[in-house]
Design a protein around this ligand. Structure first.
Ligand code: SF4
Length: 679
């Protein structure tokens, strides 16, 4: 690949939702450049290694077409013909709802906009992105209560917080630049950092208060915190009267919460719960940061409702340094959702069930999208081979990232047709009929929307390897071939698609590709003023109401019962790797930092099983068995084992369950019963 041309253009790191600006620095490396988020050009180890995937020898350089059980390389014309006939036959025989589209939280707004438009012009709302697997429950709860599911505040204004309450997130490792540049300075300035997490990790090291809760007990813990706020008169009476409804009902409910018993159920010390509640309730400005430890439960939506209560009880909404702030894990998980890569909403979160919203889209597209919400990712894989007969997988790797992944991988074989657009022959691609070689983050133009609602530009730093094509070109070509409205996919380029997006998605109205320039535009954007809105819900909530309801939330037990001798497996991420690992495990420098996954297990649990540090262990349940080396450490609480989901071996998601949250359809990644034994 030495003939490839590289150049340096500021673009956005692909490896988390912070959105650091980076560019090519020569010799296969990235360097940070001063950008809207990383004002001094700071980046983390993943950002520094981001070019390793761009010029990797495993890159797909030609389309692959399945013939007689093996892939052969094929010209684009043949591969695209095969996609058109494969999808076309399924639509003809079973209708457009027999096709599922997987959008990509790691690709641009324009690419995702075109993909969801393709699905809807074809006649289905079956389009989803992996926001379903990370913050769907956060968005469900926050949309219901506040009218918007995104960060209420900005990374910058965390600096004004007197208390930062981190629930189920590990920003020191997962959002390192946000942690070092925004959270740590606030802590050094005197803000109290509360960390709710079953493990001690790099975030805990900076925390003043650690609540190592038992996985699956967020509601017990958060209700206990809320009960202390009420009991010790730490609520904001004025805010409660003016900006909330339902306080009497919640107060009555919390009067029945025994703080000591709830703390005990959550496996934490009641006095530490009180300490955390006081730190949050006594602060002038207190911000909540939430992550997948909160959201990835079958009661994820209720967990977030319990968290939102804390902010409303104490008046910590609508001011700088406050709010509820979900941190996003990919560079465009916010944007993929904003632009309509979800089965229940059109671009800008307009419900598909709203006739006015459908009409507005129809004015632009010339065809009205279906009125029925489509299938979520996990629901769809459960119906592969049944009512779902084909899949278009764009830049996702569900055979590794979905729960109960072994079953998902084999379900892909039940499809009549599957096309994957990716950089590598991923685990999912192994089950496809056609694999189309797409473009890496550093080879494309377009925009992405970071975790605090900033829309920023991506610019190419490299040309394409072999005959790989830009994703935007592949998707518009599919739009022209698969639908009967080819003119709807005849864009001049990403800027043209972005213009259309600003006309279709109200929250992007008034933005412009040129206006973003080297900086950013934040949604919701005020077209007249030419500025974005930093702090949401200041005067009214995004629901249009002055008040938001408080919620009565009852604990929900996890789906997996723990049999005698079993541990709770909880999964997560580490500093050096990214999601399914298809990208980061191809980086020699990241693999040199962390090459193998390990199973963290508490010394008491290890001793009980005759396991010593470094021993090989099997981890098993009814869904699967995997093997890993044991990391015997008190950093993980007793009764809990931890591993990442970055590896195909051991495949953690072979063990995770697919019980779904009823509102958000997010699976319960964070609590799986497992037996752990010496291998
Ligand atoms: Fe990339 Fe996130 Fe690291 Fe910034 S903090 S360099 S966006 S992985």
């Amino acid at each position: 690949t030495s003939e490839r041309r590289f150049e340096s253009n500021p673009t956005v790191c692909p490896f988390c939702g912070v959105g650091c600006s980076v560019e090519y620095a020569g010799r296969g490396s990235a360097t940070g450049v001063e950008g809207p988020v990383n004002g001094r050009g700071e980046i983390c180890p993943k950002g520094a290694a981001a070019f390793d995937v761009v010029d990797h020898g495993d890159r797909l350089t030609e389309p692959l077409v399945e013939h007689g059980g093996t892939f052969v390389t094929a010209p684009w014309s043949e591969a695209l013909d095969r996609v058109a006939s494969g999808i076309g036959e399924v639509v003809e025989e079973h209708g457009a709802d027999a096709v599922q589209f997987f959008a990509s939280s790691n690709c641009t707004n324009e690419e995702n906009y075109v993909l969801q438009k393709l699905a809807r012009v074809l006649g289905t709302n079956n389009v989803d992105n992996c926001a379903r697997l990370c913050h769907a429950s956060t968005v469900a709860a926050m949309s219901e209560r506040f009218g918007a599911g995104a960060m209420t505040n900005t990374l910058d204004d965390l600096g004004e917080a007197d208390c930062i309450f981190v629930n189920g997130a590990n920003p020191a490792e997962q959002h390192p630049v946000a942690f070092r540049s925004y959270i740590l300075p606030a802590v050094r300035d005197g803000a109290t950092l509360v960390h709710v997490d079953p493990r001690e990790n790099d975030t805990t090291e900076a925390a003043d208060v650690h609540l190592p809760l038992r996985p699956g007990t967020d509601i017990q813990l958060l209700n206990a915190v809320a009960a202390v706020l009420v009991e010790e008169d730490l609520v904001d009476e004025g805010f409660l009267a003016e900006r909330t409804t339902g306080f009497d009902r919640l107060r009555e409910h919390l009067a029945g919460v025994d703080v000591a018993a709830s703390a005990e159920a959550a496996g934490v010390d009641p006095e530490t719960v009180r300490e955390a509640a006081r730190a949050y309730g006594e602060a002038d400005r207190a911000a909540v940061i939430t992550g997948m430890g909160t959201s990835q439960h079958r009661c994820g939506t209720d967990n977030v409702h319990a968290l939102l209560n804390l902010a409303l009880l104490t008046g910590n909404v609508g001011r700088p340094g406050t709010g509820v702030n979900p941190l996003r894990g990919q560079n465009n998980v916010q944007g993929a959702s904003d632009v309509g890569g979800l089965p229940g909403v059109l671009p800008g979160y307009e419900p598909v069930t709203d006739p006015d919203a459908r009409e507005r889209v129809a004015d632009e597209w010339g065809v009205e999208p279906p009125a029925e919400p489509g299938l979520t990712e996990v629901e769809a894989t459960h119906r592969f081979g049944d009512e779902v007969r084909a899949a278009v997988v764009f830049g996702e790797n569900p055979a590794v990232t979905e729960p109960n992944a072994t079953a998902v991988a084999s379900a892909f074989d039940d499809l009549d047709f599957c096309v994957v657009i990716d950089l590598f022959e991923t685990r999912t691609a192994e089950h496809a009929d056609v694999v189309l070689p797409g473009s890496a983050w550093a080879e494309k133009s377009g925009t992405v929307t970071n975790t605090d609602r900033r829309v920023m530009r991506m610019r190419p730093n490299a040309d394409l390897p072999g005959s790989a094509r830009r994703d935007f070109e592949i998707l518009t070509e599919l739009g022209r071939r698969l639908t009967d409205r080819p003119e709807e996919f005849a864009y001049d380029g990403p800027a043209d698609a972005f213009d259309e997006l600003t006309r279709v998605a109200p929250i992007y109205e008034g933005m412009s590709y040129a206006g973003i320039g080297d900086g950013y535009q934040r949604w919701p954007f005020d077209a007249e003023a030419g500025t974005g809105t930093d702090v949401l819900h200041a005067e009214t909530f995004a629901t249009g109401e002055r008040t938001a309801p408080l919620a009565v939330v009852d604990a929900v037990p996890p789906a997996d019962d723990l049999d005698a001798g079993e541990l709770t497996l909880t999964t997560g991420r580490v500093l050096q790797h990214f999601n399914s690992g298809a990208l980061s495990r191809r980086s020699d420098r990241l693999m040199a930092m962390r090459g193998e996954d390990v199973l963290q297990i508490h010394p008491a649990d290890a001793a009980e099983r005759g396991i010593e540090d470094g021993d090989r262990v099997t981890v098993s349940n009814e869904r699967g068995t995997v093997e890993a080396a044991a990391d015997v450490t008190p950093a993980v609480r007793e009764g809990v084992a931890f591993c990442t989901f970055h590896y195909a071996e051991p495949l953690a998601n072979a063990l995770t369950g697919d019980a779904l949250d009823p509102a958000a359809k997010i699976p319960e990644f964070k609590h799986s019963a497992v037996a752990v034994e010496p291998a």
